[in-house]
Design a protein. Structure first.
Length: 274
């Protein structure tokens, strides 16, 4: 096996503008171009192979995806990660959509896009806003509407649903190690609070109890639509059992990077059915 590398494309569009099929189609073209070509260079008259990787592609979106885009991505194994109905991400996306030329100090003429991105990352990490890149208006927007909401996300976790489909889950707080002291597996319920917001929560802990967490995530609409169109409670339960029976989770728990497993609580599911 070659080492893995992930190609990422991120789109921050307004809520009524989902990512169209052109984005995953272009991503597939880049992916194929890279995976089908060896890169070589000559040294002392010999061609040497540079290290090769297994490449995968993911598209991130704040506004979801059109149905054709989802079908294309699924057919070509392009991962779709969306934040459309993740409350912790919504104010960040809204603030980013406010950015205009007036928030920058002539970067079109003086700064490369790479420099702007580096300045933006530095602002997120240490709060320093580079006045050579951002105008006073831009600095105020970043300090008041972007960084505070980014800092509210203290828990950020990578998950593999059913061991196959990647997810990004976020929470206000880093997961406490209380529930994982003597185990790497915790049973969970899946909560759909308002028909939009999904979250994994521990079954054995009340919302006010020690170790309780809510890991927010969103689903591409084609999967969510299956649930919304189900009228029979047994159908919904069967879907949850099939699609969410377990989640491999990677991230910081108690300040230590760990890999754990969240398993759907079968007892809770049976009680739900009864």
């Amino acid at each position: 096996m070659y080492p893995l590398r992930l190609l990422v494309e991120a789109k921050c569009y307004s809520g009524n503008r989902p990512v169209r099929i052109e984005t995953p189609r272009n991503a597939l073209g880049v992916l194929k171009d890279i995976t089908e070509n060896y890169f070589t260079y000559r040294d002392s008259g010999e061609d040497l192979q540079i290290q090769r990787f297994n490449y995968h592609c993911a598209v991130f979106s704040t506004s979801g995806y059109t149905k054709p885009a989802q079908h294309f991505a699924i057919a070509h194994q392009i991962f779709l990660i969306q934040y459309k109905h993740v409350p912790l991400m919504e104010p960040i996306a809204d603030a980013l959509l406010e950015l205009k030329d007036s928030h920058f100090t002539g970067w079109r003429e003086q700064q490369s896009l790479g420099q702007v991105r580096r300045a933006f990352r530095a602002m997120l990490e240490n709060g320093h806003v580079d006045d050579r890149v951002f105008s006073e208006r831009g600095m105020r927007l970043l300090r008041e509407k972007v960084r505070p909401y980014v800092k509210k996300i203290d828990g950020s976790y990578f998950g593999m649903l059913q061991g196959r489909y990647p997810m990004h889950l976020v929470s206000n707080n880093e997961i406490s190690p209380v529930l994982f002291r003597n185990t790497d597996e915790v049973t969970c319920r899946i909560v759909n609070r308002d028909g939009k917001t999904w979250a994994f929560t521990p079954s054995a802990v009340a919302p006010t109890g020690e170790g309780y967490f809510e890991l927010e995530f969103d689903l591409p609409s084609e999967i969510a639509r299956v649930v919304r169109n189900m009228r029979d409670q047994h159908e919904i339960a069967a879907f949850k059992r099939q699609a969410f029976s377990y989640l491999h989770l990677s991230g910081k728990i108690g300040g230590i990077h760990r890999m754990v497993r969240l398993t759907l609580d079968e007892d809770w599911l049976n009680q739900f059915l009864e």
